[in-house]
Ligand binder design. Sequence first.
Ligand code: C5P
Length: 232
Amino acid sequence: MGKDVIIACDFSSKEETLAFLDIFQGRKPYVKIGMELFYAAGPDIVREIKQRGHKIFLDLKLHDIPNTVKKAMSVLSHLDVDMTNLHAAGTVRMMEAAIEGLTRPDGTRPLLIAVTQLTSTDQESMERDLWIEKPIDQVVMHYAENAKRAGLDGVVCSPLEAGKVHAACGAQFITVTPGVRFADGDVGDQKRVMTPAAAKEIGSDYIVVGRPVTQAEDPVAAYERCVREFVD
Ligand code: C5P
């Protein structure tokens, strides 16, 4: 499994995003495009970044009836992204339909990973709003196992959960972990954070890093520091 650093391009326009990527010159970091940018700039932003030679994780977190997700995934497969995702809460059947839709006629497909419980959901809100009364760490593991059963490639999770996910779902099951901060950096609104080096130690396959790179005085140096700590 090739470890990599994914930069969360949480910008609100195409211009801002491309100007940010321009400063990397020869380097082509793996980038995450989320809902804000995708809804603002449309599929063209994906095509343009792909054409520049970057790998793309399209973070749209699909969750709908199986047929709708299958058809939407089929559209995304033509965008030629490298990784995309959905909510495991949509059920195993929805996840199986997603795989079907995502698989191109030649049998290839982007990696598909699942969101288990959002990190903004805690035990209290899960019980109060969703009426799920099991311990949240068990819910996360159960959803990860469902994703594996449906044939998905992995999950998005906290770096603190990556070890447990690998223990339950196997070393090949990918863990993509946000919530990464440098030891001497700002935590911001993230609550449970880990350094790139610690995320490597614990077995994350990909780290997703946003503000520590995008808001750095020297984003290229910050990105290279992540690569040095996490990949090299
Ligand atoms: O700026 P920061 O490094 O906190 O960005 C992390 C990125 O990962 C953001 O795009 C955020 O939406 C995403 N993310 C997260 N926690 C999750 C899932 C996604 O921080 N559980």
